[in-house]
Every structure is written in C-alpha cells, then in structure tokens.
Write a protein that binds this ligand. Structure first.
Ligand SMILES: C[S@@+](CC[C@H](N)C(=O)[O-])C[C@H]1O[C@@H](n2cnc3c(N)ncnc32)[C@H](O)[C@@H]1O
Length: 234
C-alpha cells in the first residue's frame, strides 16, 4: 500500500512517520509514503499556490489548479485508489476507515492551509475527511494521524496481530482493556491480582469487563448511553 501526501510543507511529515513501527514498515517496503510539494505543480514563477477569496474576506484561499494537477500527477493509473482532502468540514475519520484504506493500493491525501481550499475541489476528490471538530492551521498534522492509523492496519506492519485486535475501536465500538506492567506496586497502587494468577481464561474475562467498564466511564456515547451533563471533563 502507498500513501501520497500533497502539501506545501513536505518535510513536516517525515520525522514523525520515520520512527517506530511505521518507520520500520517503510524501511521494509511494507508501506510506502511519498510526500509532494504542492508548489512544484504550479507554473507561477514565484510558486504561489494561494490567492484572495472571491467576495472578499480575510485570509487566502488555496487555488484549485495546482491541487488538481498534483492529483493527476501522483494518482496511480490503475488499482484501488482514494483521493481525500483533509478538511475540518469533512466526515470524521474513524478506525473503520483506517482498516478499509489499508487495503487500498493508493491513498492520496491533500493538505490545505490558510483559509482552506477552493470549494470546486469537491469535483476532483472522493471525499473530505476531518480528524475532529477543531481547526488546525494546516492538513499536515491530520495527514500524519491518518497515515499512522492506516499504516498500522496494513498486515505485517504491527508485528503481533493481537495487539491490533485488542485495540480500542477495533471491530467494535468500545475501548481496549487497561494494561499494566512492572512494578507490581507503585505508590500504593497495585496491579489487579487476577493478572498475576496465570489463569488465562479469568484474565481474559477480567480484561473484557474492565474494557466495558472503562467505555461506560469514559465514552458512554460509544455505547449509545447518555452522557452525564453534570460531568465536567474540562
Ligand atoms: C485553518 S484550516 C481552514 C479552516 C476553514 N476556514 C474552515 O473554517 O473550515 C486550514 C487547513 O487545515 C486543515 N485542517 C484544519 N482542521 C482540520 C481538521 N480538523 N481535520 C482535517 N484537516 C484540518 C485543512 O486541510 C484546512 O484546509
């Protein structure tokens, strides 16, 4: 699988996505990441990719032509491909998307900046995707989130399949089980006894129960439960 990211800051993604399991997967060739400088898809001598908004208003808007040229240049001629614009106005990215996109031959991610992208881009992409209801300065951080979540779903990228299958949101709308490691006791807080029992069935049952309890406590919305309005998470 390969991901192509189109951005005005191609160097920004490299350090984060060169480490850990993703870095290893890239080195092994299980997963390819290609970054492209949007400015190389303009004929403008000053490599300008933004302009003022029609109708007025503050800030600059990214021009459509360099983006469409970039899509046409980087998209593979064949195969299962998806072209996605990162945008706070898009559908929210979920774990299911990571799983599905990991089976594609190519995912193309377009990063916006400034006030966003000329709306006519919608005719040249498959969809707009947001990573959450807040506004970032640019699409690069969102692209890094999507690349990391998607790449770890590519078979073989995460060594032990169980560590993916036990994750929060994996094939069910619930959190993963809490985990513990040494020391057995830390400042009066002990590891639950059952984890030291060696009884794998009991351990699995306990982990399942803790996962549901934590989901009810932290993310009742995932289970369709009402969120307590008096609870202050801020
Ligand atoms: C400052 S934002 C533009 C926000 C836009 N004016 C709006 O109100 O929707 C610039 C770029 O950052 C990226 N971006 C910002 N927030 C994002 C989010 N939550 N998810 C994905 N991309 C985001 C997009 O690529 C966007 O074009």
């Amino acid at each position: 699988m390969r991901v192509d990211v189109v951005t005005v800051f191609p160097e920004s993604l490299d350090s984060l996505l060169s480490v850990g399991v993703i870095g290893q997967a890239r080195a092994d060739g299980r997963f390819e990441l290609h970054t492209h400088d949007l400015r190389s898809f303009t004929d403008d001598p000053h490599r300008v990719v933004d302009d003022r908004a029609y109708g007025g208003g503050p800030g600059m808007v990214m021009m459509i032509e360099p983006l469409v040229r970039a899509i046409e240049a980087v998209r593979l001629p064949t195969g299962e491909r998806r072209v996605v614009l990162l945008s706070p106005q898009g559908r929210t990215f979920r774990q299911e998307d990571a799983g599905q996109w990991a089976t594609l031959d190519q995912l193309v991610l377009l990063c916006g900046r400034y006030q966003g992208v000329d709306e006519r881009i919608v005719h040249f992409i498959d969809e707009e995707i947001s990573i959450g209801d807040y506004v970032l300065a640019g699409g690069e951080a969102a692209a890094a989130v999507i690349v990391e979540a998607t790449a770890r779903m590519v078979p073989g990228v995460v060594g032990q399949y169980q560590s993916v299958a036990g994750d929060s949101f994996y094939e069910r709308r619930a959190l993963g089980a809490p985990q513990y490691t040494r020391p057995q006791s830390f400042r009066g807080h002990d590891v639950p006894d059952v984890l030291l029992s060696g009884d794998h069935e009991r351990i699995e049952r306990a982990r399942e129960r803790w996962a549901w309890e934590k989901t009810v406590r932290n993310r009742p919305d995932l289970l369709g439960l009402r969120v307590d309005p008096s609870r202050d998470d801020g």
